[in-house]
Write a protein that binds this ligand. Structure first.
Ligand code: SAM
Length: 279
């Protein structure tokens, strides 16, 4: 039997897929984060499949009942909105299904993080999804320090009442980087604020945000190493060799500082040694 992971709309009911509707109709049970929310969705699409709750507080105790259902039929997992398992219940059930050799079939569909990323105008070739920022100042600062050097685009979820504070914390930890705040994606008041973190923070200080929010922040800019001229490299190398540092280590250390590659510095070192032996 199969456990289907079924994304549901994050605001616009048209974003349910034809396949999601077919699967939700055909399974014997739907495990839902909030049965009331899912009942509303099912009613809209005239689906009458039985529901059971699967949420943060029963995600371990409910496993037996869901696996009992999976013994004789297919089960669909849904959350309140978007893709189950992405900052929503799902992981423990999916992990256990995999461990028990049950087929797990994911359906593609709505997800706030990816919508925000692709509309942000920031690089999409690599990104790091970080979920919600910690709420407390110290934990948030420690969390952000870990990603300060990350060169890929960062994606975070945040609540509207902490947005301005979060943008300030991001600026303090990462610098005033380009960013995008995506708000109410797929809904009536959908909005994308793009600019530096400080500019977006100033905007939302003026106009306190409402609704659901994703923050996308550009990755750490590449460290630009100024390339030294040859005389400067020679002098630095000479100083290290005179201090007794082996050529191999000196070349490695200087390669990191000078913009020169290690082999060229090594070659210079050999020239210096030859000059010394000839003088
Ligand atoms: N599973 C969901 C997904 O796939 O995106 C995420 C669930 S998480 C509990 C809810 C958070 O996702 C919100 O607080 C917000 O940060 C983000 N989110 C969900 N829907 C959104 C929307 N329509 N616009 C902007 N952010 C949204």
């Amino acid at each position: 039997m199969t456990l289907y992971i079924v994304p549901t709309p994050i605001g616009n009911l048209e974003d349910i897929t034809l396949r999601a509707l077919r699967v939700l109709k055909s399974v014997t049970l739907i495990a839902a984060e909030d049965t009331r929310t899912t009942r509303f969705l099912l009613k809209h699409f005239e689906i009458s499949t039985p529901l059971t709750s699967y949420h943060e507080h029963n995600k371990l105790t409910k496993l037996d009942a869901i696996f009992a259902a999976l013994a004789s039929g297919d089960v669909a997992l849904v959350s309140d909105a978007g893709t189950p398992g992405i900052n929503d219940p799902g992981y423990e059930l999916i992990r256990e299904a995999v461990a028990r050799g049950i087929r797990v079939e994911p359906l593609p569909g709505a997800n706030a993080a990816l919508c925000a990323l692709v509309a942000s105008g920031l690089p999409t070739d690599g990104f790091v999804y970080l979920g919600f920022l910690p709420k407390k100042d110290k934990a948030r600062a420690e969390f952000l320090a870990q990603v300060a050097d990350e060169p890929r685009t960062l994606i975070l979820y945040e609540s509207p009442n902490r947005l301005v504070e979060a943008l300030a914390a991001l600026q303090a930890a990462l610098g005033d980087r380009p960013a995008c705040v995506a708000r109410e994606i797929t809904k009536l008041h959908e909005e994308f604020q793009r600019g530096r973190l400080s500019e977006i923070a100033a905007h939302y200080q003026q106009t306190p945000p409402r609704g659901e929010i994703v923050i996308v922040v550009g990755g750490a800019p590449p460290v630009v190493v100024e390339t030294w001229d040859e005389d400067r490299v020679r002098a630095a190398l000479r100083a290290r060799l005179d201090a007794g540092e082996p050529l191999k280590l000196a070349a490695k250390a200087l390669a990191a500082e000078t913009g020169w590659d290690r082999r060229s510095i090594y070659g210079l070192g050999l020239e210096l040694a030859q000059d010394d032996s000839e003088s």
